[in-house]
Design a protein around this ligand. Structure first.
Ligand code: SF4
Length: 369
């Protein structure tokens, strides 16, 4: 297993995905004639633009790449959450069209046979097709979650179990079974849809544009890196440490492990319309021509501060290319705002780094540092 994370920014998810797969030379690591299963997040029937489900263009990029490299046995599978129809999600999210175009079968795992597998916490029931794939490609969305705070690679595996087991997961407190399932199912590759994942809710509704896709082979490392992008402390996500303990991967990574294929998209997020919570948070920012990735990171960081009731303590915050070369009285986010009184470096800085600096500023201001 290679322990590198490849990151790509852009506006064409299909091409971005192909570029990631090419950069990591993934085709060389897939067994010849492998039965390849793609597992997107189709938790419910909501289009990807709402922040809950995987963009079909990412699956399309994977299919095109695999077919270009001679792989023929490709299928897509999912089981939406309890109470939702996978068939409806399949249609609404654009997968029905996709499967027709590429002659790829789609399997609703709610209708699949199940088997019992041994895991570190005892037997778990799993859908047979997911278990029997020779090469499993996990296609989660990086987004907030109302119970586990964040959801990405590890939690997306929950769509590979029957509904009765999903209910039992909740009774078991989610964290342990999520970690045990991921450690046993072991997806070979994870490609994360971080284009516009939701701020705090797995059902979507508050999508935050970041125009990013990232990919790695270690799902624990992928999730830990994902935490940094949305300002969540990975030590506080119980299932990450448990997954590491169960042998699913490692939470460690260094800056050298992150391979950036390009810079954030120069798409100026001021054109984007934010609603609800994101719109409220955006009001705390002086924004001028900010890239989506930068602005999205800041919104995630501000959301964490809001949860700690610290938003009102902030000085002026500047972000965007329009502030380049200007002297700014307050905190500047990203390389473009180097002229600010206090400057958060990076292009874009992660939400975790923005949060760290903002918290430090507040503590200093209160005389606590
Ligand atoms: S620092 Fe400037 S160029 Fe870099 S992502 Fe932020 S706004 Fe864009």
């Amino acid at each position: 297993m290679e322990r590198k994370i490849y990151v790509n920014y852009g506006s064409d998810a299909r091409l971005m995905t192909i570029a990631l797969l090419e950069a990591a030379n993934i085709s060389e690591r897939i067994p010849k004639d492998a039965n390849i299963g793609l597992k997107p997040n189709l938790v419910l029937d909501s289009p990807a633009s709402q922040g809950a489900t995987t963009h079909p263009e990412i699956a399309e990029g994977v299919i095109q790449y695999l077919q270009m490299h001679g792989f023929k046995k490709i299928f897509i599978m999912e089981s939406s959450w309890v109470g939702a129809s996978t068939d409806r999600a399949f249609l609404t999210c654009g997968y029905s069209e996709l499967c027709k175009r590429y002659h790829i079968p789609f399997y609703d795992l709610k209708k699949d046979e199940t088997i019992q597998i041994k895991t570190p916490i005892g037997p778990l029931s799993i859908c047979k097709r997911a278990w029997e794939a020779d090469y499993l490609i996990n296609l989660p969305v990086l987004k907030g979650h109302c119970q586990t705070v964040m959801t990405c690679a590890l939690k997306n595996c929950k769509g590979c179990i029957p509904d009765r087991e999903k209910r039992r997961f909740h009774a078991l407190g989610l964290h342990k079974p999520i970690a045990a399932l991921a450690a046993t199912l072991r997806p070979a590759l994870t490609i994360v849809d971080s284009i516009c994942g939701d701020l705090d809710f797995e059902e979507g509704g508050n999508p935050i544009q970041t125009q990013r896709i990232f990919m790695g082979e270690d799902p624990v490392q992928v999730d830990t890196y994902g935490c940094s992008l949305i300002g969540v402390d990975p030590q506080k996500i119980e299932y990450l440490a448990l997954a590491q303990e169960f042998g699913a991967g490692s939470m460690d990574y260094t800056p050298e492990d992150i391979i950036l294929l390009n810079s954030p998209l120069n798409d100026h997020s001021e054109g984007k319309i934010y609603h609800g919570k994101a719109e409220y948070l955006a009001a705390f920012v002086q924004q001028d021509q900010a890239c989506s990735a930068c602005y999205g990171s800041l919104i995630h960081a501000l959301y964490r501060l809001q949860q700690q009731d610290q938003l009102q303590k902030l000085p002026h915050i500047y972000i965007g290319q329009g502030w380049r070369g200007k002297t700014l009285n307050g905190i500047g986010v990203g390389r473009c705002c180097a002229g600010a009184e206090l400057h958060i470096n990076g292009c874009p800085p992660s939400a975790q780094e923005i949060l760290r600096v903002l918290q430090e500023w507040i503590q200093k201001d209160e005389g606590k540092l």
